[in-house]
Write a protein that binds this ligand. Structure first.
Ligand SMILES: [Fe+2]
Ligand SMILES: [Fe+2]
Length: 177
């Protein structure tokens, strides 16, 4: 199971990297802005998928042992929604359109929507998704550099919170052992 997860993650990461590489060769400002809007929209899709996954897990986590996890899932769901809002707001500020199209959401997201089979599996899937988000946002921060400090700050803030999320999931996973 771990191998399948890792190879999927690699595919998603490679796809995220493509946009960054395309962006690096553009010269005009408007082209740069378009790339930044694309990156913001990919991140928006990621946040929406993470929000949906955490909501599902929140409602599916049952039993005494699961109540601590359920609280974390709900807290994370709410924070992913806030992240989505910040990204959408920034897209509009840059003259773009936030893409909320559910038909293409999963394709555009870096992270996956995994239903999870039982509590341990749910926590594991969330941890994998957080790690994908961390890697992809870190790359985006590096790519943006000094070109757009406002967008970079948004990604830095979100990145810090995803690191907390990953830490929370790792802690829950440890607690099950
Ligand atoms: Fe998030
Ligand atoms: Fe997160």
């Amino acid at each position: 199971m771990t191998f399948v997860q890792l190879s999927d993650k690699q595919t998603l990461r490679d796809r995220a990297r493509q946009h960054v590489e395309n962006g690096a060769v553009t010269e005009s400002y408007s082209a740069d802005r378009e790339v930044v809007i694309n990156l913001l929209n990919e991140a928006l899709a990621t946040e929406l998928v993470c929000w949906l996954r955490y909501k599902r897990h929140y409602y599916m986590a049952s039993g005494v042992k699961a109540s601590l996890a359920a609280d974390e899932f709900l807290e994370h769901a709410n924070e992913e929604q806030e992240h989505a809002d910040r990204l959408a707001e920034r897209i509009v500020q840059l003259g773009g359109e936030p893409d909320f199209n559910p038909d293409t959401l999963v394709e555009r997201s870096h992270a996956q929507y995994a239903e999870g089979n039982g509590l341990r599996d749910m926590i594991f899937e969330n941890l994998v998704s957080e790690r994908i988000a961390i890697d992809s946002y870190r790359e985006i921060v590096q790519f943006i550099g000094d070109k757009d400090p406002t967008t970079r700050r948004i990604f830095e803030d979100i990145l810090a919170q995803e690191e907390e999320h990953a830490d929370d999931m790792a802690g829950l996973l440890d607690g099950l052992n």
